[in-house]
Design a protein around this ligand. Structure first.
Ligand SMILES: Nc1ncnc2c1ncn2[C@@H]1O[C@H](COP(=O)(O)OP(=O)(O)O)[C@@H](O)[C@H]1O
Ligand SMILES: [Mg+2]
Length: 355
């Protein structure tokens, strides 16, 4: 359980349009200094939730608290937070320096303090030598680092980010991702980070809020989310490859769905196999090869074998699904049957994420 008091709290927050979209009855608590990802498929309400925290959106119902203060009716500027968006939101006619300093100018921060903070942020984000350039003369990665620098100099203890890496190519995404993590740790920021990319959420966060159709599906640490998903939705959204799901009837567990993480799915000799499927695809990944197996009772059956494997599509493949690693779900509801491990929570509100 977390020792930190909650820094951001949502209590039964709803925001919809004509009874549709947005978020419904969301409760969660973000501990001080936490890195919380809001994760889910496109359209599940992630941006709406972040905008409700920022004050860009007002709730139809529920309360928003930041640092113990009820900020539900306050505009963004009075909430003491900074924001970084996918689109960078830089002023095109201002230089890097002026973009970073803009907020401090507005707030009439003394000149000497401004210069000091600018130098610090520029060094922290590796923007030395670029201070005089306009955004158009910067790469996507540099632009997003300017946006991050602006968040740094704001000095606000809470930072909200909405898919900040989406416009960057894969390589840059990884390096800016590490910049963000390092910044968060170094400044002790409380960070709420929206992403649809489960690898980003899993690798960056102390806690993940998994959303589905405007509601919270599960709040847990990355480890708990991986080991003890509350539903087949959570099980199949997390992991690459995701959890394999097999109809229980094929494994002597009628009425259940049996889930298994790919690292526990193994090849088995004919006599010892729990399931025998047909090899559909062989994907060579370099360090390993993924064998995509088709079986009428299963989905996501992907076996990872080391190195290059001389398998041919069409071959019959025996699979072992070790009992001790099976996660059981109700076939009707898709909800986990066994109580998820401590640290993993379902719906009850308000929910305090716990490590
Ligand atoms: N201003 C709005 N007016 C009407 N519908 C909206 C508005 N903003 C968001 N929505 C709807 O709410 C749902 C969630 O949107 P959003 O929070 O942007 O999702 P996400 O960020 O997870 O992709 C979507 O169905 C979207 O169409
Ligand atoms: Mg969005």
């Amino acid at each position: 359980m977390t020792q930190q008091p909650p820094f951001v709290t949502l209590e039964g927050v709803t925001r919809q349009w004509d009874g549709r979209g947005g978020v419904r009855d969301v409760s969660l608590a973000v501990p001080e200094g936490a890195f919380v990802s809001i994760l889910g498929p496109s359209g599940c309400g992630k941006s709406t939730l972040l905008r409700l925290i920022s004050g860009l959106e007002m709730p139809d119902a529920g309360r928003v608290r930041i640092g113990g203060r009820d900020v539900t009716g306050l505009p963004p500027a009075d909430r003491g937070l900074s924001m970084v968006f996918q689109s960078y939101a830089l002023f095109p006619h201002l230089s890097v320096r002026e973009n970073i300093l803009f907020g401090m100018r507005v707030r009439r921060v003394p000149r000497a303090t401004r210069a000091h903070k600018l130098a610090e942020a520029v060094a922290m984000l590796g923007l030395e030598g670029l201070e005089g350039r306009k955004p158009a003369a910067l790469s996507g990665g540099q632009r997003q680092r300017v946006a991050l620098a602006r968040a740094v100099v704001s000095g606000h203890p809470l930072c909200l980010m909405d898919e900040p890496l989406s416009n960057l190519d894969a390589k840059l995404r990884h390096s800016v991702r590490r910049d963000i993590k390092a910044l968060q740790r170094r400044l002790g920021l409380t960070l709420v980070y929206v992403t649809h990319d489960q690898t980003e959420a899993m690798s960056l966060s102390t806690h993940v809020v998994l959303m589905r159709d405007g509601q919270v599906e599960q709040i847990a640490t990355p480890r708990a989310l991986y080991a003890a998903p509350v539903s087949t939705f959570a099980a199949e959204f997390i992991g690459d490859p995701p959890m394999a799901i097999v109809e229980g009837a094929a494994l002597g567990r009628p009425g259940a769905l049996v889930g298994l993480r790919p690292e526990h799915l193994a090849l088995a000799p004919a006599g010892a196999a729990h399931l025998t499927g047909t090899l559909r695809e062989v994907e060579y990944m370099g360090a390993e090869t993924h064998l995509i197996v088709a079986h009428p009772a299963g989905r996501g059956l992907i076996v990872s074998v080391p190195g290059h494997a001389a398998w041919q599509p069409g071959q019959q493949i025996g699979l072992s699904l070790p009992e001790e690693h099976r996660v059981l779900f109700d076939a009707q509801t898709g909800r986990a049957r066994e109580r998820p491990a401590p640290g993993s929570r379902g719906h009850p509100a308000p929910v305090a994420p716990s490590p």
